[in-house]
Write a protein that binds this ligand. Structure first.
Ligand SMILES: Nc1ccn([C@@H]2O[C@H](COP(=O)(O)OP(=O)(O)OP(=O)(O)O)[C@@H](O)[C@H]2O)c(=O)n1
Ligand SMILES: C[C@](O)(CO)[C@H](O)COP(=O)(O)O
Length: 230
């Protein structure tokens, strides 16, 4: 089942983080990437997709950067104030999404998303929702408390969860409300799984990285520069 062409799709962009793991003096979503802020790249991809009706971005309460972005005045963009955790920011953003819409939740910190991956997610999404993901390629180890190997983890069915993650907005909001005190909710699918949902895993591009540490920024630059050169 693909998402019906008449179903409204609202993108939800959690962008209220501070980027502790990145270090630096400004939130990482505003770091320059080939001359534009990371968040500007991310919003541009979503605002330009023909099936995305609106983009709701969740910002830090004291965000003093967003209004300088060219996308800040886009007619299809809605701003909300985010929350203490990523899941709170998503839950607060969903207040601006109509109940009948589907929510396409995508990290601000993933600027290398492509329309091709969004199209695959929309086409392969089933009635249980769907997420972009990437099969694990390396042998996986579980560490013990000493930081040594405890055991090797069976990897055949292991995937890296990426974003966007796509769910009916009303069902996602209900799940996030029900589990808002659960620290294990680090993505939308984990909340929906607790509701008994089994979302579709849609294989996505490995260059859809989340800029988390300083070396990720250089990688994102290489990926985007490679595309504009091809
Ligand atoms: N309270 C929060 C925390 C995170 N995010 C967003 O969720 C996405 C993924 O989170 P992460 O990569 O962890 O970003 P930060 O929380 O900023 O990073 P760190 O954990 O290193 O502080 C980011 O776009 C971030 O802005 C958010 O909207 N609200
Ligand atoms: C949502 C996510 O990007 C999927 O991998 C990830 O869970 C975000 O984790 P973070 O610690 O909030 O960056």
């Amino acid at each position: 089942m693909a998402i019906d062409a008449n179903t409204p799709i609202y993108a939800v962009v959690p962008a209220a983080g501070v980027g502790k793991r990145m270090g630096g003096t400004q939130p990482k979503q505003y770091l320059p990437l080939l001359g534009r802020a990371i968040l500007s790249h991310t919003l541009g991809v979503l605002l330009d997709h023909p099936q995305v009706a609106k983009v709701v971005v969740a910002l830090g309460a004291a965000d003093g950067y967003f209004d300088d972005l060219p996308e800040a005045t886009h007619p299809n963009l809605i701003k909300v104030v985010g929350g203490a955790e990523r899941a709170d920011s998503v839950r607060l953003a969903l207040s601006q999404v109509p109940a009948e819409a589907w929510a396409l939740v995508h990290d601000a910190a993933r600027p290398c998303l492509t329309h091709g991956d969004i199209d695959q997610l929309l086409q392969q999404c089933g009635d249980q929702g769907a997420i972009l993901a990437m099969p694990v390629r390396d042998t996986m180890k579980r560490a013990n408390s000493d930081g040594n190997i405890d055991h090797t983890v069976e990897r055949a069915l292991l995937w890296h969860a990426l974003t966007p993650q796509l769910f009916p907005a009303s069902k996602l909001l209900r799940a996030l409300n029900q589990h808002q005190l659960n620290p294990a909710i680090t993505d939308e699918a984990s909340a929906m799984e607790l509701q008994g949902w089994q979302p579709t895993l849609v294989s996505g591009r490995p260059d859809n990285i989340k800029v988390t540490h300083p070396d990720d920024l250089r990688l994102a630059e290489l990926f985007l520069a490679q595309r504009s050169a091809s």
